[in-house]
Design a protein around this ligand. Structure first.
Ligand code: HAM
Length: 420
């Protein structure tokens, strides 16, 4: 029986990884241009980090985590998101001491046991940022604009930026009481999951995908935005003012509460109608209480994360620029001269911007030429016994079939001139 990859995971083959490398290298450049530094945290953490960070009433924690108990009786979990691990690392390494604002970004893989479908996997990848240390709306605007500008850079058009404010913690209890009382009389019509949520963390009712639940919520649930404090409203209005000035088109969606518990004030999502059912390209918001909640000092923060698979689904492949390296094929003819030939090739590898592919299958010259064509090589270097004995190699230009001899000690110079 042939073993296959796990449902909801994907192998990325060389043709795919070329695209990934191009996307990732551009994200590194863009993040660097905004002054963000890359952080890489371990792929698994203590389960407690996610329970405390994301909230145990959330879909992620209640049903989607890959968790296990290891041989030392430790409860561990494959990270389902990166905000909590980044905050854990921020606190652990006392990054606060490095300056008032810490700007971090990541490109990494995550794990959620969701039902796989187009744009939804069980192992998926995100790039994202966490800007830790500023409470002001200009920080929110910077984060939202980075998310938006990355899509613009990749040529993604029909984008919809939705933003909202769910206010600070101080208004949460009062609002939840109101929400619960407004929905109590419809409780029996709600799905069993939503009925449970109504008794627990009622904000999570908005995560329900059930049509009947959504109808009841649409018709009867008060918006949290209508209950935020005056300070929250000033923060939101200032953010809106900045975004308008920055020419970032957005829509105020009062229903946008996001599916993780750590958010306070600003929430946002960017969607694309080209994506289908899973239309969220990225999402994020402010989480001013998370750092204290995980044992750090009171520190405001704002961030977002974006699905790379979803970006790849809508990016125009023509935009993706592949490596421009000159491709050279090394044809070795004769078993005896293999060591010398390998040595010549090794010397050539000092050169930049070339890809050198060596024949390691001892095939006929004809077969090797066919391979060079398949590899789209620009030149073939033919190394045979006679050539080695006389200190030269034959070079064939595959574009015009011209063939000429070059002395081995002039080989490097020959290609330096061709590359430049
Ligand atoms: P999230 O909304 O759970 O937020 O995920 C962000 C993005 O990751 C989504 O918009 C989507 O593009 C992608 N994504 C999520 N789940 C999957 C999946 N199963 N398959 C493929 N792509 C997926 C967070 O993760 C927060 N940590 C964002 C954040 C950062 N908030 C503040 N800072």
């Amino acid at each position: 029986m042939i073993l296959r990859n796990i449902k909801g995971t994907k192998d990325l083959l060389p043709n795919d990884t070329k695209k990934w490398q191009w996307i990732e290298s551009n994200i590194h450049k863009i993040m660097c241009s905004y002054g963000y530094g890359e952080i890489r945290t371990p792929i698994f953490e203590n389960t407690e980090l996610f329970i405390r960070g994301i909230g145990d009433a959330t879909d992620i924690v209640s049903k989607e985590m890959y968790s296990w108990i290891d041989q030392g009786n430790k409860k561990l979990t494959l990270r389902p998101e990166l905000t909590a691990p980044v905050v854990r690392s921020y606190i652990q390494h006392n990054m606060q001491s490095l300056g008032p604002i810490t700007r971090l970004y990541y490109i990494d893989s995550l794990f959620r046991r969701e039902r796989p479908q187009a744009g939804r996997q069980r192992q998926f990848h995100q790039y994202g940022i966490e800007a830790i240390g500023s409470e002001f709306p200009e920080q929110d605007a910077e984060v939202i604009s980075i998310a938006y500008n990355i899509y613009k850079f990749f040529g993604i058009k029909e984008l919809s930026v939705r933003i909202n404010s769910i206010g600070g913690i101080s208004i949460r209890d009062k609002y939840l009481k109101l929400l619960k009382s407004s929905l109590e009389k419809y409780k029996t019509y709600l799905s069993p999951v939503s009925q449970k949520r109504l008794d627990g963390n009622a904000l999570r009712l908005f995560d329900s995908k059930n049509k009947e639940d959504q109808k009841i919520l649409n018709e009867n649930a008060p918006f949290i935005f209508d209950h935020i404090s005056d300070e929250d409203l000033i923060h939101f209005n200032t953010l809106i003012k900045i975004l308008k000035k920055m020419n970032i088109p957005f829509y105020h969606d009062k229903k946008l509460v996001r599916g993780l518990d750590y958010y306070t004030r600003t929430t946002f999502e960017i969607t694309s109608n080209k994506l289908g059912a899973q239309d969220a390209l990225c999402g994020g918001g402010r989480y001013d209480k998370l750092i204290e909640q995980l044992g750090g000092k009171k520190t405001p923060a704002m961030g977002f994360a974006a699905g790379i698979e979803r970006l790849l689904m809508i990016i125009d492949n023509a935009k993706i620029q592949h490596s421009q390296n000159m491709n050279i094929y090394i044809s070795i003819l004769g078993e005896k001269i293999i060591p010398q030939a390998m040595n010549i090739i090794n010397d050539l590898r000092k050169l930049n911007n070339i890809s050198i592919i060596t024949e390691t299958n001892r095939r006929s010259l004809k077969a090797q030429m066919r391979e060079a064509n398949r590899q789209k090589s620009k030149y073939v270097i033919i190394i045979g016994e006679n050539e080695i004995n006389n200190n030269y190699v034959i070079i064939k230009n595959m574009e015009n079939s011209e063939q000429f001899e070059v002395l081995i000690n002039k080989l490097e110079k020959f290609f330096i001139e061709k590359i430049n």
